[in-house]
Design a protein around this ligand. Structure first.
Ligand code: FES
Length: 254
């Protein structure tokens, strides 16, 4: 009925290199890019490597670049493309390829481990914690993160700059630092850990120049830049050395 054959171009290869291959694949009404990749596996390319789990935009596994834009394959409807258009699917550019569409996202787990956990307040037992609804809502937004790492992939600080990776945590983990720093019950500071200072000195907050590329690709619609990174910059101790904060303050004072 409404089925048609789409032009698909998929990157195939491994860490030693690869290239784009063209395929014609059947598409049915209501399907998403991941459906087409699965049909490609089932009919023409049984050894095509692709990572996925939930097919519901919740596990964060099926991240790839579709026509050069970081997206979840399971949440990208085929109806957003014209039938004539070639749909190009490539692996995340900021991470090393394992095979075909699968990349090694270990960088993100390394960065996750570098953010010290929530420090419970010493004087309160679990169950005695009280927070205002406003504070709950604030961290709730950040906790919608599904760790698809599309923000980490798109961020220009590391996207084409492997050399920046050691010094930069990326938007997902700077957002985590912001969440903990805003948490009214986090006792990190009392235990000698200043999250504002470590955000600058250890997690590379100063590299971020708030272009909002991360916010634009977030499938959960988290306002990473406006609600996490800019407030963290504003709270960070060394204000005068961050030109973005300095400029922001100047504009707001007018
Ligand atoms: Fe889980 Fe796409 S398969 S987010």
């Amino acid at each position: 009925s409404d089925a048609y054959r789409a032009h698909f171009r998929v990157w195939r290869g491994d860490q030693d290199g690869g290239d784009l291959r063209d395929f014609e694949v059947e598409v049915h009404e209501g399907e998403v890019v991941l459906d087409i990749v699965h049909r490609l596996q089932a009919t023409q390319a049984p050894d095509l490597a692709v990572r996925w789990n939930c097919k519901a935009g919740k596990c964060g596994s099926c991240s790839a670049e579709i026509n050069g834009r970081p997206r979840l394959m399971c949440m990208t409807r085929m109806s957003v493309f014209t039938r004539e258009e070639t749909v190009t699917v490539t692996p995340l550019r900021a991470f090393p390829v394992v095979r075909d569409l699968v990349t090694d996202v270990g960088f993100n787990y390394t960065k996750a481990r570098q953010v010290p956990a929530f420090v419970p307040p010493a004087e309160l037992a679990p169950g005695e914690y009280r927070m205002t609804q406003e504070d709950v809502d604030r961290s709730q937004e950040f906790r919608k993160c599904i760790e698809c790492f599309l923000c980490q992939d798109t961020c220009h600080v590391v996207r084409d700059h492997e050399e920046n990776k050691p010094a930069f945590a990326g938007p997902r983990f700077l957002m985590r630092v912001a969440e903990l720093d805003m948490h009214p019950l986090d006792a990190a500071e009392a235990s000698g850990l200043d999250r504002k200072t470590t955000a600058q000195d250890e997690h590379g907050l100063g590299y971020c120049n708030i272009t909002k590329c991360c916010t634009e690709v977030c499938p959960e619609g988290i306002k990473i830049t406006d609600n996490a990174l800019i407030p963290l910059k504003e709270r960070a101790a060394d204000r005068k050395y961050d030109p973005v904060v300095w400029l922001g303050n100047k504009i707001r004072r007018r």
